[in-house]
Design a protein around this ligand. Structure first.
Ligand SMILES: [Zn+2]
Ligand SMILES: [Zn+2]
Ligand SMILES: [Zn+2]
Ligand SMILES: [Zn+2]
Length: 305
């Protein structure tokens, strides 16, 4: 029999027992206890694996959650697969129609499941819907690659991403809490071909991404430098940083709080949460005949006690 074959039968059998339990309520406490223990063994915490198997979509192997569909012969499948199979049951080829498997949906709703990032360190357990919500915000979920210049799909923990930035994006790595960085560009009028630069700083045993880039802010070409923290937002807030750029006795200073890399590079840039240098000012700081960009950006980061 196909993996989903017995699913609904078994669950339907389970529910009359529950109904009996309600009817007999008050008549025989002993009896109720016995029945509910039996049910408890079925989907109580110690032996949920059987129920997990029932809730595994036989097509895509993901856990099913409402709406759970079934064919007229009782083969179940998840709502994502239902869309893909063009109304034909993948198990028996019968027309699927629109039959829901309400009993299995109830079972799915009653389950407590571990966070999908359990193997990354999350110990939380949730009812199904809370689990889905939690997973979108779980602090153990993998981070996206913070490199901005390309659409990089790499994800992972901080350690993995630091190695990835160094090895695959050839990003400069520096130790220490002070920055002193030179940005040189031979044709500063090509703002459209935005230049992204990323340097990673190691300090306080944590990593910070110093971004520098050219972009168009409304009609005005600008340069922007900002810091992102490789970790969660609540930790990022414990740090403060400054950035300075200047020349010829003029200086621009920015003081801010690093943003978590949970916030995308673009989100931080578009919120203008960093040192913004109008191009005219940048060229003035660069000296020379305004054909070359030569900026020195200095700064430091520290931890608020
Ligand atoms: Zn499926
Ligand atoms: Zn079927
Ligand atoms: Zn979690
Ligand atoms: Zn990457």
């Amino acid at each position: 029999m196909a993996p989903g074959g017995g699913v609904c039968k078994e669950v339907i059998e389970l529910y009359p027992k529950l109904a009996n339990c309600d009817i007999s309520n008050g008549k025989s406490e002993k009896n109720i206890k016995k029945i509910s223990n039996g049910v408890g063994e079925k989907h109580g915490m110690p032996s949920t694996s059987g129920v997990h198997d029932l809730l595994e979509c036989p097509i895509c192997r993901n856990l099913m959650y409402p709406p759970i569909h079934q064919c007229p012969n009782g083969h179940t499948l998840c709502s994502n697969c239902k869309i893909r199979v063009h109304n034909s049951c993948p198990t028996c080829r019968f027309e699927l129609g629109n039959i829901r498997c309400l009993a299995l949906e109830k079972v799915a709703e009653s389950l407590e499941l571990p966070c999908r990032y359990q193997n990354l360190g999350c110990a939380d357990i949730f009812p199904y819907y809370c689990k889905l919500k939690h997973e979108q915000l779980c602090r153990y979920r993998p981070y996206a690659c913070p490199y901005a210049g390309s659409e990089c799909s790499e994800t992972g923990d901080i350690e993995t991403l630091v190695s990835h930035l160094r090895d695959d994006h050839k990003v400069d790595m520096h130790d220490g809490c002070t920055f002193n960085h030179r940005y040189v560009k031979s044709n500063p009028h090509e703002v459209e071909n935005a230049t992204w630069m990323l340097t990673v700083f190691n300090c306080f045993g944590r990593q910070f991404c110093l971004h520098f880039e050219a972009f168009q802010l409304g009609m005005a070409p600008v340069y922007m430098a900002f810091l992102r923290f490789m970790g969660e937002d609540c930790e990022a807030k414990k740090f403060t940083y400054t950035l300075e750029v200047g020349g010829y006795c003029r200086k621009l200073i920015w003081q801010g709080v690093p943003r978590s890399i949970r916030d995308s590079h673009k989100k931080v840039r578009d919120s203008q949460d960093g040192l913004i240098i109008p191009r005219n000012m940048a060229l003035f700081f660069s000296g020379g005949n305004r054909t070359e960009l030569k900026l020195r950006i200095t700064g430091r980061t520290w931890k608020e006690e």
